[in-house]
Write a protein that binds this ligand. Structure first.
Ligand code: OSB
Ligand code: MG
Length: 374
């Protein structure tokens, strides 16, 4: 495979409603889409999962654009790769961080290869499922009552997991209200996005009594040691998101017993090679994984659906259907979910299995740049 050109596009896509987590609120997404073209004329699509600001990871829309243009693209363009597996190692040589920039290009190269070979991206990645179970991630709500309503309608709609975003001041009272309203069997979990420290564990200990499936990333984004300390004190499984930036960090989590579940987001770990390595490592250690989300458009969602088809993705992912996020997505068909919370994996179509709506993308594009092999 030889990539001849990379077209970067930034699109502005308004969320149906603002999404609030402990570290900030987003009302729209500034998404970098990447379109690769091979020497043979095959296209491959990718999405950079960075948010507008570096409040989740160090990546952000503008820095990712810069990193792709200045450092990622020059290492990839015009170079002969036997397969997409060879890209990640090349991007790691004396090049720290910028995982979401690296991941956007690496994942697009997988998509391109799947198309070129006429197989689905899911199969190319080693996936074994033709449908996946999904959940919903609910942002912080103005009141416990508002949250109960959202959680109730989500379960009625078919979602198999309800993830509740929490922060100090919007935690125990909120989650307890949902538990009391929806009963002991409702599949609930929380995600703190780093909002707590070991000095204020009283709310985390109160949440521990609420029968949650897991507690996602309560402590600092780069901290494994204190998560290990916290996990010792809790019955509830800790799930790590921000802290797992590579397969080595996943191995550290397991060695330190810093968590019992991993949220895999391909962008966060630099693409599919690392995602697969984390998946396999966790599978060998009896650690379940699930696919996280970064409010992706239909392109990034396609990649998440494909990844979720691997065998150890045994818990419902944050891979909700298009209508949960957008008035209108940028792919056809849009991603849909049935009443039982299943999303179909397009295993019989080459590549990601949805078509980019080029007219819609054009309408939403705020900047565009084409990078070519020299
Ligand atoms: O922590 O999982 C997170 C969105 C932005 C930043 C961080 C997170 C999230 C989500 C969204 O939870 C999940 C989704 O895409 O539906
Ligand atoms: Mg999270």
């Amino acid at each position: 495979m030889r990539i001849e050109s990379i077209t970067l596009r930034e699109i502005a896509l308004a969320l149906k409603e603002p999404f609030q987590i402990s570290s900030g609120t987003q009302a729209r997404r500034r998404i970098v889409l990447v379109e690769l073209r091979s020497a043979d004329g095959v296209e491959g699509w990718g999405e950079c999962t960075a948010g507008e600001f570096p409040n989740y990871s160090p990546d952000a829309t503008d820095t990712a654009w810069h990193a792709i243009r200045e450092w990622v693209a020059p290492r990839v363009l015009g170079r002969e790769f036997a397969g997409p597996e060879e890209i990640h190692p090349v991007l790691e040589v004396n090049f720290r961080g910028h995982n979401m920039a690296k991941g956007a290009i690496e994942m697009a190269a997988w998509e391109l290869t799947a198309r070129a070979e006429g197989v689905s991206l899911a199969k190319k990645l080693g996936g074994t499922r033709d449908r996946i179970r999904v959940g919903i991630s609910l942002g912080i709500q103005p009141s416990p009552e508002a949250l109960v309503e959202k959680a109730r309608t989500s379960l009625e709609r078919g979602y198999r997991k309800v993830k509740i975003k929490i922060k100090p001041g919007a935690d125990v009272e909120y989650v307890r209200a949902v538990r009391e309203a929806l009963g002991p069997d409702a599949p609930l979990m929380v995600d703190a996005n780093n909002a707590y420290s070991l000095d204020d564990t009283s709310s985390l200990e109160a949440l521990d009594g609420l029968g949650l499936m897991m507690m996602e990333q309560p402590l600092a984004w780069d901290d494994l040691l204190r998560h290990a300390e916290l996990q010792k004190r809790l019955k509830t499984s800790v799930c790590l998101d921000e802290s797992i930036t590579s397969v080595d960090r996943a191995a550290d989590m397991i060695a330190l017993k810093a968590g019992r579940i991993v949220n895999i987001k391909a962008g966060r770990v630099g693409g599919f090679v690392q995602s697969k390595a984390i998946h396999d490592l966790c599978e060998n250690h009896g650690i379940p994984v699930w696919c996280g989300g970064m409010l992706e458009s239909g392109v990034g969602r396609a990649h998440n659906v494909a990844l979720s088809s691997l065998s150890n993705f045994t818990l419902p992912g944050d891979v909700s259907p298009s209508e949960r996020y957008w008035e209108r997505d940028i792919v056809t068909p849009e991603w849909t979910m049935d009443r039982e919370g299943w999303v179909n994996v397009p295993v019989d179509q080459p590549g990601m299995g949805v078509k980019v709506d080029r007219d819609r993308v054009e309408d939403l594009t705020v900047r565009r740049e084409e990078l070519r092999a020299r």
